[in-house]
Design a protein around this ligand. Structure first.
Ligand code: ATP
Length: 237
């Protein structure tokens, strides 16, 4: 189990977006070198919490510390990778050119082959992103984040729209990254993805429901199925 300082510590974080209290006094700790799943129904505040951690969310009340610095600090730009929900890739560039573009920004061109391999796109490296499937484009986005060799990788619903084989493959790759010491935070609204995570942050209506491991979730609720366990936790709240 990781013993170092947490990668992220959120303390009493609240965010209002328009008329909605998107985050309501949320405090969570994300351990280093592990996979943390951020789970909860659509609209519960997952993206807002990820944005607060990355430092792109405006008007955050409370404290968000990332790798020992306030979220959004300039020194974190090279250490935090963020993959947003919709793949942001240049469709007229090849996979390799997309990844190279980010590698040039980070000064890490030597990391290009590894980043492409890590998402299983070696054979597509010279294909235009516009000719790829939606799931493959998502993986190009992930490669663009990986090429900067981030210590903290934030992935917002990276497996949406992927078939079960690709999803399993991507989770294997996330595990390999965590084994290499990278901290991953992965959001999903599909509870069965929780089984791939070391720690879970469960949210509902902008609030924290629980912060625990999948095993603790099962034993606390007496449910083996994680979806049932989440529902049982909500009903008990
Ligand atoms: N730009 C915005 N202006 C006003 N309200 C917003 C804005 N973006 C999000 N919200 C609201 O904030 C709340 C939290 O949204 P958020 O995107 O964080 O949820 P989410 O859990 O990531 O949802 P999903 O799983 O559907 O992506 C929702 O009620 C949403 O309607």
């Amino acid at each position: 189990m990781p013993t170092s300082a947490p990668a992220v510590r959120c303390t009493d974080v609240s965010v209002r977006r328009g008329r909605v209290l998107a985050l309501d006094n949320v405090s969570v700790t994300i351990p280093t070198g592990s996979i943390t799943g951020l789970l909860g129904p659509s609209g519960c505040g997952k993206t807002t919490l990820l944005r607060a951690i990355v430092g792109t969310q405006r008007q955050v009340d409370g404290e968000v510390d990332v790798l020992g610095l306030p979220a959004g600090s300039a020194a974190l730009r090279r250490q935090v990778g963020y993959v947003t929900q919709s793949p942001s890739v240049y469709l007229d560039l090849t996979v390799a050119q997309n990844v190279r573009y980010f590698a040039d920004l980070f000064g890490t061109t030597d990391a290009i082959p590894d980043a492409i391999s890590a998402v299983g796109l070696d054979e597509r490296a010279e294909h235009k992103a516009g000719d790829l499937s939606g799931g493959q484009r998502s993986r190009v986005s992930i490669a663009c984040a990986l090429v900067g060799r981030p210590s903290l990788l934030i992935l917002d619903e990276p497996t949406v729209g992927l078939d079960p084989v690709l999803r399993a493959d991507l989770w294997r790759r996330f595990r390999a990254l965590a084994d290499d010491g990278v901290t991953l935070v992965v959001s999903s609204h599909v509870m069965d993805e929780a089984a791939h995570c070391d720690n879970l942050i469960l949210m509902r209506d902008g609030g924290l429901v629980a912060e625990l491991s999948p095993d603790d979730l099962r034993s606390r609720t007496g449910e083996t199925n994680l979806e049932d366990a989440f529902l049982s936790l909500i009903e008990a709240a």
